[in-house]
Ligand binder design. Structure first.
Ligand SMILES: [Zn+2]
Length: 275
């Protein structure tokens, strides 16, 4: 009898490992979270109204996925210390707009809290950074803070199809920094895919092809980190154009982030869709 129990437990453990390994397309596996799985936290009606206005991604999520999305939003907001500088008031829409970028970018991944970055700091407009010694609109500081000019964040993120999105840009940096850094906050799935991205970036012909398409602004070619950040902006803002013009890169991003924004956004993008 004890031997039978041992066999059953052993088979269950192997089965669970296999399910997790092959189940990256499975909502339950991706969004599994021990303490929220059964009792997912939902946004208040006011928060839903703000997010519905701000986020076309959220607007088009199926109800089933909205539950996971909202739970992740609240968990992210609860984890962070939000700080405003000067006479800028800390309001709920600031928290929601920032959390929307973080959660959208990582919605296909298991890790979404950006644990390395405990503080989200807002300035009213551009700010001088002691870290980069320059005037910035946004900054991802590996010491643990992500900093935004609220004016630029609001302007760029609320226009959702112009290819510029400061929130996604900084969280894309944070995702890379966190996965490549020594702190151990990496997502094993994402980490696995970075090699393919680096191969693409290091291939002169592929990069020249991206440049020729003029979809990316010149800043993308400054270095690997900026290239990834601008890839992420394009991926969520103009997925149809990116897929049509740069199909290999689009597929690479789908694979890295384990999601395809076109499947969610196609009702709104409508006849611009290029499949
Ligand atoms: Zn950047």
């Amino acid at each position: 009898m004890p031997f039978l129990i041992f066999i059953v437990v052993f088979a269950l453990i192997i089965g669970l490992r296999l399910w997790m390994y092959f189940g990256y397309q499975n909502d339950l596996t991706i969004h599994f979270n021990p303490h929220t799985k059964l009792f997912k936290n939902r946004l208040s009606l006011d928060q839903v109204n703000i997010l519905t206005r701000y986020s076309r991604y959220y607007r088009h999520l199926p109800e089933r996925l909205k539950a996971y999305y909202e739970d992740r939003m609240l968990s992210f907001i609860g984890d962070k210390e939000f700080i405003t500088k000067g006479d800028l008031a800390l309001t709920e829409d600031k928290q929601l707009l920032v959390a929307d970028s973080a959660v959208k970018l990582t919605f296909g991944l298991r890790m979404y809290r950006f644990e390395q970055f405990e503080k989200i700091i807002f300035f009213k407009g551009e700010f001088y950074s002691d870290f980069s010694h320059s005037l910035n609109k946004g900054e991802t500081n590996p010491a643990g803070a992500i900093v935004f000019s609220w004016k630029d964040l609001e302007e760029s993120d609320l226009k959702e199809a112009d290819g510029i999105n400061l929130g996604l840009h900084e969280f894309a940096h944070a995702l890379m920094v966190q996965n490549l850094g020594p702190q151990g906050y990496d997502d094993e799935y994402f980490l696995d895919k970075i090699v393919g991205f680096e191969d693409f970036y290091n291939n002169y012909e592929m990069l020249a092809d991206v440049r020729e398409h003029h979809l990316f602004r010149e800043y993308a070619f400054k270095n690997k980190m900026e290239f990834f950040a601008i890839c992420c902006e394009q991926f969520f803002e103009v997925p149809d154009k990116m897929k049509a013009g740069l199909p290999r890169l689009y597929e690479l991003l789908c694979s890295m982030l384990n999601q395809d924004p076109l499947t969610i956004l196609s009702p709104e993008i409508g006849n611009r869709r290029t499949e």
